[in-house]
Design a protein around this ligand. Structure first.
Ligand SMILES: *Cc1c(COP(=O)(O)O)cnc(C)c1O
Length: 376
């Protein structure tokens, strides 16, 4: 169903749902068929056009203010398919330096083998970033807020650069979620998500998504049909179902994260807090402009005491990788996402041994603060 409302609350519930004309049920039925009549429209899961794939992605497209999109079997499938669809041998892709570990690793190990060039450059100074654009640059790839230090990239600045040099822009919008940040409104071309995080929201599905214009989505679909990373009907159904509550979940996560960040900032047992909602965060002014929905549920901080002891004592907050679920989870980047870096490399990117990354859930902020305080 096309939702004409511009309210994310209404869109999250109604956009995309196909209903159940046969029995009058209020939710989209699950259509598991992998074989359809070829005399009508050709439907096939790997063509990204079956009913549950379309229902799930339409809701997301509405929330991201895009024109079309695709659901994938993981965030990495969405990201790598988008990159490969836009690039060819001899092209150069300019990444911002702060990247999700999996994307960083994939760039290092895949692109050169296909004759593609890449560089990773600090995007905090756009003039320096611009200098890294080459004659053969085709794509700019950004991620904001970044993992794990929640650095903010100026999306309008990046979109202006892309326009000047006629480049395609891709963003990983996972940390912000479509509730807080809609990059297409700011001139970014292709939005990718690890749907495993806020879109799924319950730490129980693995999926990915792309939202873009009709034209670029068609181009990505062409490659996607070859690479084969489509999402099954059951998980598509769960994506659609999960998106119905994404606005409520993320609003609560925004509020909780801000309350926790303010608590940590004022606590003498903490040495640094990284949250774009705090006034002293270097990206606060830009974040305020480009994240109208809120500053998100991710934050990180450095503690003065022993991280292993701290995480062991937490009661509600679970020690676990991944993020974006209704339950709060915590990681120590030195042991997880950045374990493969040397101490010197970690220092260069600003990740200390005492850094903790918190994915704030939808529990009561008071309980979460109490939990952190007792564990400290
Ligand atoms: C998890 C994550 C990914 C990768 O997503 P998968 O669903 O694990 O493939 C990409 N980007 C960010 C920011 C992530 O957190």
């Amino acid at each position: 169903m096309k939702s004409h409302s511009t309210s994310k609350l209404t869109q999250s519930v109604h956009a995309g749902s196909v209903g159940d004309p046969q029995f009058g049920g209020v939710v989209t039925p699950i259509y598991p068929s992998a074989a359809y009549d070829y005399e009508s429209e050709v439907l096939y899961p790997r063509y990204y056009n079956t009913p549950n794939q379309k229902a799930g992605v339409e809701k997301l497209v509405a929330l991201e203010n895009g024109e079309d999109g695709l659901l994938f079997s993981s965030g990495m499938a969405a990201i790598m398919t988008s990159i490969f669809a836009m690039m060819k041998a001899g092209d150069h892709i300019l990444f911002q330096q702060d990247l999700y570990g999996g994307t960083h690793h994939a760039a290092l190990h895949e692109l050169a083998r296909y004759g593609m060039e890449y560089s990773m450059v600090d995007v905090s100074d756009l003039k320096q970033f611009e200098k890294a654009i080459r004659k053969n640059t085709r794509v700019i790839y950004v991620e904001t807020p970044s993992n794990p230090l929640l650095r903010i990239t100026d999306l309008q600045g990046v979109a202006a650069l892309a326009k000047k040099y006629n480049l395609v822009t891709i963003i990983d919008n996972t940390f912000a979620s479509p509730v807080n940040q809609n990059p297409i409104d700011l001139g970014i071309h292709i939005v990718t998500h690890s749907g495993t995080k806020y879109i799924g929201g319950h730490s129980d599905i693995c999926c990915g998504a792309v939202v873009s214009s009709k034209k670029l989505t068609a181009q990505i679909r062409q490659s996607a049909m070859h690479f084969g990373g489509s999402l099954d009907a059951y998980t598509c159904y769960l994506v659609e179902r999960s998106l119905k509550t994404i606005v409520l979940r993320v609003q609560q996560q925004n509020e909780n994260a801000l309350a926790i960040a303010k608590f940590l900032e004022a606590d003498s047992r903490i040495s640094n807090v990284y949250y774009p909602g705090l006034k002293n965060h270097p990206g606060h002014a830009i974040a305020k402009r480009q994240m109208p929905g809120g500053f998100g549920g991710m934050l990180s901080f450095e503690i003065k005491s022993d991280p292993a002891r701290f995480t062991k004592k937490l009661q509600y907050i679970k020690r676990a990788i991944s993020l974006g679920g209704v339950e709060s989870t915590i990681t120590q980047p030195v042991k997880t996402s950045h374990a493969k870096l040397t101490a010197a490399e970690r220092k260069a990117v600003g990740i200390s041994d005492k850094l903790m990354r918190l994915s704030v859930g939808i529990e009561s902020a008071e309980d979460l603060i109490q939990d952190i305080s007792q564990a400290l």
